[in-house]
Design a protein around this ligand. Structure first.
Ligand code: NOJ
Length: 546
């Protein structure tokens, strides 16, 4: 099949929902979410009516057998399903149940590293002359006995661990239990392509690809240069610029190879987790956006630069800078891809709550996310206003748990109702619950809940060609109002206005815009407007041409 950027692919219109399987729905009382549980909740995600959330696809964080040192991002068998989540048959059932509801399914492909318990690594570390040795990255110590280079693990500490038995270091960009695969070895490429085919043959619709930009490193594993912005006492992983082990130019050949495998099938999608500037993100789409990833995440609405816990403020100037940069850097045909939350970062409300008004900003973020050009991703629980949950020290689970980066708070179980197990489990949840008041049942009882806003936005978007297909044009209205138009020939033009100040702002509407389609407060919807509107503090709306 030849790939063409027709603009009609399903994923260009889709809203994709990230399920963290451990935390979505437990069906057997072990306190850990699982696939049968998820199947039971599919109607919530999309039952074909506007009473459901209405998403078009789910991305499941890793579901493969794993020692769970990094909760599934340490895969010990790419071709199976972790016993605590189900088995291959349950996965097949999930695919069938999703497809019968028009929900596509993306799995999480983890190509940079395996678990140290993966049979490939067990073989590789058995002896220096094992045929699998070169499937991983092994080096001798330097003559002075020090580590092969200065690379740091993303979780802190050196990226090298010494293997006593065979007398060499192996590379791990994350935990020492996550050895990096050597994508310069053709056997690895072949085996990892076959992993994709295995799942594509089973009917999976695509993949989210873990740390796509890291899989091919500098051929000589050269040291990284010092980071001029690093301050003594700052995170050790920031001491150097990640240029020889991230977004290294050779990685794009591996990207093309992965795209080639997906192109053997119809209508599949690859969305890469990538980090870097808007220009660097743009490169992952390939030449003319035809031979790279279909989508590459832009996380800048969460954090613009490292350290990753310095979050992007909810501020019109920042929003404008981020979106305009992204629009300018992407090659023609490339579709942006934004997330405002995920399993690695603080939840939206919590990181925007310095004045207690995080929920209002979350409402405005829906107005933004669902109107931007691109494929929006929604992290489970964001739609019901879940917040970071403080985890007592003795219940911490995340291996990357040092204070600035612990990810447990944003991974707590979905809160469906007010029952002791929150509708999530009949047992003891693997992480503690958040406040009882935050749950789906209560959202459904409220007249104008965050969930209701998500639902309206997602369903409205499906009918507005200018939103899922149209061009983006920024409009200057007020320093505190992020405003843009979305337009497509023959479709209704939509103006999006978002006041990020806490005081009201009066804005003069461009000619012709007269009907409020969606607003942070439902009472404003449906109203005719003309000339100018007063946007309350932190409010936003979609205004259609009358
Ligand atoms: C990025 C994933 O999102 C994160 O959760 C994981 O720990 C690392 N990659 C390593 O796989």
């Amino acid at each position: 099949m030849t790939a063409t950027a027709t603009g009609d692919e399903w994923w260009r219109r889709a809203v994709i929902y990230q399920v963290y399987p451990r935390s979505f729905q437990d069906s057997n009382g072990d306190g850990i979410g699982d696939l049968p549980g998820l199947i039971d909740r599919l109607d919530y995600l999309n039952d074909g009516t506007p009473g459901s959330l209405g998403i078009d696809a789910i991305w499941l964080s890793p579901t493969f057998p794993s020692p769970m040192k990094d909760f599934g991002y340490d895969v010990s068998d790419y071709l199976g399903v972790a016993a605590e989540f189900g088995d291959l048959e349950t996965m097949d059932r999930l695919l069938a149940e999703c497809h019968s509801r028009d929900i596509r399914v993306l799995l999480d492909y983890v190509p940079n590293h395996t678990s140290d318990q993966h049979p490939w690594f067990l073989e590789a570390r058995a002896s220096r002359d094992n045929p699998k040795r070169d499937w991983y990255v092994w080096r001798d110590a330097k003559p002075d006995g020090s580590r092969p280079n200065n690379w740091r693990s993303a979780f802190g500490g050196p990226a090298w661990t010494f293997d006593e038995a065979t007398g060499q270091y192996y590379l791990h960009s994350f935990l020492k239990e996550q050895p990096d695969l050597n994508w310069r070895n053709p056997g690895v490429v072949q085996a990892m392509h076959d992993v994709l085919r295995f799942w594509l043959d089973r009917g999976v619709d695509g993949f989210r690809i873990d740390v796509m930009g890291m899989i091919v490193k500098h051929p000589e594993l050269a040291d990284n240069p010092p980071n001029p912005n690093w301050v003594p006492g700052g995170s050790d992983r920031m001491q150097h610029l990640w240029v020889n082990n991230r977004n290294y130019p050779d990685v794009f050949e591996a990207v093309r190879g992965i795209r080639g495998v997906l192109d053997e099938y119809d209508a599949r999608v690859a969305v890469g987790e990538v980090f870097g500037s808007a220009e660097e993100i743009g490169k992952f789409y390939g030449e003319a956006a035809l031979n790279g990833l279909h989508l590459a995440f832009n996380f800048q609405l969460i954090h613009e630069s490292e350290p990753f816990n310095r979050y992007t403020p909810w501020d019109a100037t920042a929003l404008r800078r981020i979106i305009e940069n992204a629009e300018a850097a992407l090659p023609p045909g490339a579709q942006p891809c934004y997330a405002i939350a995920n399993h690695d970062r603080s939840r939206f409300i919590s990181r925007n709550n310095h004045d207690g008004r995080g929920l209002e900003r979350a409402r405005a973020s829906v107005i933004l996310l669902m109107a931007l050009r691109g494929t929006p991703f929604v992290y489970y629980g964001e739609e019901i206003g879940m917040t970071d949950v403080e985890i007592p020290d003795d219940q911490l689970q995340d291996p990357a748990r040092f204070r600035s980066f612990g990810r447990d708070p944003a991974r707590t179980p979905m809160q469906w109702d007010t029952s002791p197990g929150r509708g999530f489990t009949t047992g003891r949840p693997w992480l503690p619950f958040g406040p009882e008041t935050i749950n789906l049942e209560s959202q459904l009882q409220q007249d104008d809940s965050l969930f209701a806003l998500y639902r309206r936005a997602i369903w409205l978007r499906k009918d507005q060609e200018s939103l899922y297909r149209g061009v983006f044009q920024h409009i200057d209205l007020d320093d505190d109002v992020f405003a843009f138009k979305r337009e497509w020939p023959g479709a209704r033009s939509i103006l999006v206005i978002i006041n990020t100040a806490i005081e009201p702002r009066s804005v003069v509407l461009p000619e012709g815009y007269g009907q409020v389609l969606l607003a942070t407060r439902r009472e404003a919807e449906g109203r005719p407007v003309a000339g100018s509107v007063v946007l309350p503090g932190l409010a936003g709306m979609w205004v259609a041409r009358a």
